[in-house]
Design a protein around this ligand. Structure first.
Ligand code: CAA
Length: 286
């Protein structure tokens, strides 16, 4: 018999892992946050505390509530520390071998009742389910950046996922996180990234061809189409490393030329310009 979800473990403390952890904490859940790098874990916990303080300063919660929320954050340097979770969400970088290894270790670190989800943006969930002894408790749970603001979560089951597990997770997303679950098929990019990534690459390609500046492209889509931010600014927000990793994975799965990463984007990445998080991408954030 599965327990209601009261403790979520998030494995991987990058932008997405941290955002998922904060979203869960702010809805009253206990969160065990694990990262293989103690430095990354420390940075994530400090960023989380700072984000809660900013929310308190904006009057979204009282300073006491912010402190209380933070008390439910349990940083864990060891993967074994996740054993008490009812739900584990894997959010490590978008590399197949890494995800397979981490998921294998997660399954042996938790009880048989624990649901295990991956926040992969592009790798087929079925492929990630292969190392599982019990794939019936595994599914995809795809959040969007910034997690605190984006109301959608894609839910992706495989042929092996137990219907009860999917139902539990749909209820969790809707009733506990206050977001909208969208049940989608296990195909490359699911729904959102299958549409979004070719669009982001197409904007980078237009800029690379010299046809229009970054500012003109972004203004075109914000003022012309009502997008909240233009595609190049959005690429910087998502992270140019993430955009390229997702594009490469989608290209592998589809061989669609629209998913080939243009030169300007590759060059930025080679120079370590990852977008907002590194201070420079298509734009500068100093
Ligand atoms: N991280 C966390 N929070 C952020 C943020 C960031 N990078 N940028 C903005 N925010 C928060 C702000 O703190 C603020 O929070 P409160 O309302 O709680 O105070 C809120 O967003 C609004 O911020 P601003 O007023 O500064 O900015 P805005 O009104 O222009 O909105 C935005 C910012 C929410 C990012 C908006 O521009 C937007 O919706 N952009 C599109 C984002 C999008 O498309 N995301 C999906 C990316 S694809 C993806 O994630 C999938 C994948 O697998 C690659």
């Amino acid at each position: 018999m599965r327990r209601a979800i009261d403790t979520v473990a998030v494995v991987g403390s990058g932008a997405m892992g941290r955002g998922i952890a904060e979203a869960c904490l702010r809805r009253g859940l206990t969160v065990i946050l694990h990262d293989a790098s103690p430095t990354a874990l420390d940075t994530a916990c400090n960023a989380l505390a700072a984000s809660l303080q900013r929310a308190a300063a904006k009057g979204q919660l009282t300073p006491d509530d912010a402190a209380q929320v933070l008390e439910h954050l349990v940083p864990s340097e060891e993967l074994a520390g996740i054993h008490a979770a009812n739900l584990v969400i894997e959010a490590v970088p978008e590399r197949l071998e890494l995800k397979l290894a981490v998921l294998r270790n997660i399954e042996t670190s938790v009880s048989a009742e624990t649901i295990i989800a991956t926040n992969t943006s592009s790798i087929p969930i079925t492929r990630l389910s292969l190392p599982f002894a019990d794939p019936s408790r595994f599914l995809g749970l795809h959040f969007f950046n910034p997690v605190s603001k984006m109301p959608l979560v894609e839910v992706i089951s495989t042929m092996e996922t137990d219907d009860k597990v999917q139902n539990t997770i749909e209820l969790f997303v809707r009733d506990q996180l206050g977001k909208t679950p969208l049940v989608v098929t296990d195909r490359p990019g699911f729904v959102v990234n299958a549409l979004l990534i070719p669009f982001l690459l197409s904007a980078a390609r237009m800029m690379d061809s010299g046809y229009a500046s970054a500012e003109a492209i972004d203004e075109g889509m914000t003022l012309g189409c009502g997008h909240p931010m233009g595609p190049l600014k959005l690429s910087d927000l998502v992270g140019l490393d993430v955009v390229c990793e997702v594009a490469d994975a989608l290209y592998d799965g589809t061989k669609d030329a629209a998913l080939i990463v243009p030169n300007n984007l590759r060059r930025l990445l080679e120079r370590g310009h990852l977008g907002q998080k590194s201070g420079r991408g298509f734009y500068s954030y100093t």
